[in-house]
Design a protein around this ligand. Structure first.
Ligand code: GDP
Length: 478
C-alpha cells in the first residue's frame, strides 16, 4: 500500500535526484519537501547536464531577477524603447493566459525557451498564479513585478499589436537597424496564430530574436516539440534530455510545486481516500461537448477501455452468493471530471456486483464543478489539486485533447491510456490506446520548412518528433 513513509526512509528522493535545489524555506512551500513521500520514485533520472544547467539558471535568476540592478537597467531600456549595446540580462515574460492545464504546459515551454536562450523567465501572475504555485527559484521571485511598465497592455496584446513580431514581419516593418534593436517584441504563439507568427520556429528568426532585451510571449500551447526542429537548439536539447520523452516530466517536477493551500487539498484527499489502497488508478474524463452529460457512449468507452486493458476487474453479473476473502485487495479509482455521472455509475457497478478477481473497488471523485470556470480561486485550486492527485496513481487513463491529462501524466512519469475522442456520439473502437510517450501534445504546430521556405510535414522530419495519438495534426516528442 501507499502508507506514507517517514522522511528518513527515502532520503535520496527528497530533491528528486538533484533536480531541485536545496536551501529553500520549508514552511513557505511544504509540497517541495513532502511530495517525495507521496510520489513514486521516478525511474527517469534527470541528466547531470540538465541539473547543472538548472543550477546555472538559478544563479542567473538571482543576478537578474526582479529588483536587481540588472533588472532596473533592462527596465530603463524598455522605457526608452531603445537598446544600445547588449544588455547584461535578457528576459522572457510569460503572459498568464487560458485554462490551467494549458498554462502549466505553456509556462514549462517558455522556461525551456529561456534556458535555451539564456534569458530570465518572468511570470505574469494573472489572477491566481501566486495562489496556486510556490516560487521555484531560490531567493528571487519568478513573478513579474506589478509595476512593470507595460503590464496593463498584456490583455490587449494580439496578432495586430504594433510590437507583435509576426505583425511586423507581415507589414515589412524595419525591425532593427545596424545600431539599434527594439527593446521589446511581443510573440503571439496562441493557437490562432498565423504563418508570420510561426516564423518564431525558424533558425534565422531565432538569431534575430536573440537581440531584444525583452521578449513577451502569449501562448496556450506546449510548443516544445517544435523547438526540436530548430537546428540551433537541437544539440543542446539532446544534451539536456538524453531520454527525449521526459522533458515535461523533468521540467514540470522542477517548476510546479503546489502552494500550501493546494497542498492541503492534495494531502487531505490522498490520506483519506488513496493512502490505504493496494493499488490505484486515475481516470481523467474530459468531454468536449457543450451539453452537460453524462453520455452513455462515454461511459461505455470508459468501461470498454479499462476492462479490456485489465485496468479494472470485470464484475459477476449473476446474482450468485459470493464470499469475499477476509482481506481483499483494495483498488482505488480516482475519477476527475466536471460531471459526477461517470464515477457514480462505476461506484454502483462495483457495489451491486462482486468482481471476478475478488478485489474491492473504491471509486472517488474529488469535485464535479459542472462547467469550466475562470476567475474563481477555489475552482482552479481544485483543478490543480486534481491534476496532481491523478499524478500520484499507479496507472492513468486520460482523455484526448486535454492538457489537464497531459499535466497529470507528465508529472506522474508514465504513459497513459488515452481515450479516443468520440465522434457522432459513438464509442470509438478501439476505445483507447497506450500513449507512445508521456510527453504532452503540441496542438497547433507549424507545418513549414524554414530552409526550403515551403510547407512540410513537421511530424516526419526527425524520429523523435511525431504526430500525436489523440490529435492527428499535433506534434509530440517520443
Ligand atoms: P483542457 O481544456 O482539458 O485542455 O484543460 P485546462 O486545464 O486548460 O482547462 C480546463 C479547465 O476546466 C480546468 O482548468 C478546470 O478549470 C476545468 N476542469 C476540466 N476538467 C476538470 C476536472 O476534472 N476537475 C476540475 N476540478 N476542473 C476541471
Amino acid at each position: 500500500g501507499h502508507v506514507v513513509l517517514q522522511p528518513t526512509d527515502k532520503p535520496n528522493d527528497k530533491l528528486f535526484g538533484g533536480l531541485l535545489a536545496a536551501g529553500f524555506d520549508e514552511a513557505s512551500c511544504t509540497s517541495r519537501y513532502q511530495s517525495f513521500l507521496y510520489r513514486k520514485t521516478s525511474t527517469h533520472k534527470p541528466s547531470s547536464y540538465l541539473i547543472s544547467r538548472l543550477r546555472n539558471y538559478e544563479d542567473l535568476h538571482k543576478r537578474c531577477g526582479p529588483n536587481t540592478e540588472s533588472y532596473y537597467r533592462a527596465l530603463e531600456q524598455l522605457k526608452s524603447n531603445q537598446t544600445v549595446g547588449s544588455a547584461e540580462c535578457k528576459y522572457v515574460v510569460w503572459i498568464s493566459f487560458s485554462g490551467l492545464g494549458n498554462r502549466i504546459l505553456s509556462l514549462a515551454s517558455t522556461f525551456l525557451y529561456a534556458l535555451l536562450t539564456n534569458r530570465v523567465l518572468l511570470v505574469d501572475r494573472g489572477k491566481d498564479m501566486a495562489d496556486l504555485f510556490c516560487e521555484p527559484f531560490p531567493e528571487k521571485s519568478w513573478f513579474l513585478p506589478m509595476d512593470f511598465p507595460i503590464i496593463d497592455q498584456f490583455d490587449s496584446f494580439d496578432q495586430k499589436a504594433s510590437h507583435c513580431y509576426g505583425n511586423m514581419l507581415k507589414n515589412s516593418v524595419v525591425i532593427a537597424s545596424a545600431e539599434s534593436v527594439p527593446s521589446y517584441l511581443y510573440l503571439h504563439l496562441v493557437h490562432d496564430y498565423d504563418d508570420h507568427d510561426k516564423l518564431f520556429f525558424c533558425d534565422e528568426d531565432q538569431s534575430f530574436l536573440a537581440k531584444p532585451p525583452w521578449l513577451i510571449i502569449k501562448t496556450d500551447n506546449y510548443f516544445v516539440p517544435s523547438l526540436f526542429l530548430i537546428t540551433s537548439f537541437e544539440q543542446e536539447l539532446s544534451k539536456l534530455f538524453p531520454e527525449k520523452g521526459t522533458i515535461f516530466h523533468q521540467l514540470g517536477r522542477y517548476l510546479f510545486h503546489p502552494s500550501n493551500n493546494v497542498w492541503g487539498l492534495i494531502t487531505r484527499y490522498y490520506q483519506t481516500y488513496l493512502a490505504k489502497a493496494d493499488e490505484s488508478i486515475g481516470i481523467q474524463i474530459r468531454v468536449f461537448d457543450s451539453r452537460p452529460g453524462p453520455f452513455k457512449h462515454v461511459m461505455d468507452q470508459i468501461l470498454a477501455c479499462t476492462l479490456k486493458e485489465k485496468l479494472l476487474p470485470e464484475v459477476n453479473m449473476q446474482d450468485s452468493v459470493f464470499t469475499l476473502s477476509e482481506n481483499p485487495k483494495l483498488k482505488a479509482v480516482l475519477v476527475t471530471s466536471l460531471n459526477s455521472g461517470y464515477s457514480e455509475n462505476l461506484k454502483h457497478m462495483y457495489w451491486e456486483h462482486p468482481t471476478l478477481t475478488g478485489e474491492v473497488i473504491g471509486v472517488y471523485q474529488p469535485s464535479h464543478e459542472e462547467y469550466q470556470q475562470t476567475e474563481k480561486e477555489m475552482h482552479n485550486r481544485k483543478a490543480w489539486a486534481e491534476m496532481y492527485l491523478l499524478s500520484l496513481t499507479d496507472a492513468l487513463v486520460t482523455s484526448s485533447w486535454s492538457t489537464f491529462g497531459y499535466v497529470a501524466q507528465g508529472l506522474r512519469g508514465l504513459k497513459p491510456w488515452i481515450l479516443y475522442k468520440p465522434e457522432n456520439e459513438t464509442t470509438p473502437d478501439p476505445p483507447c490506446r497506450r500513449a507512445m510517450s508521456m510527453e504532452p501534445c503540441f496542438h497547433a504546430p507549424p507545418f513549414y520548412d524554414c530552409r526550403a521556405k515551403k510547407g512540410t510535414d513537421t511530424g516526419a522530419i526527425v524520429p523523435h518528433v511525431r504526430h500525436c495519438e489523440d490529435m492527428s495534426w499535433g506534434l509530440k516528442v517520443v
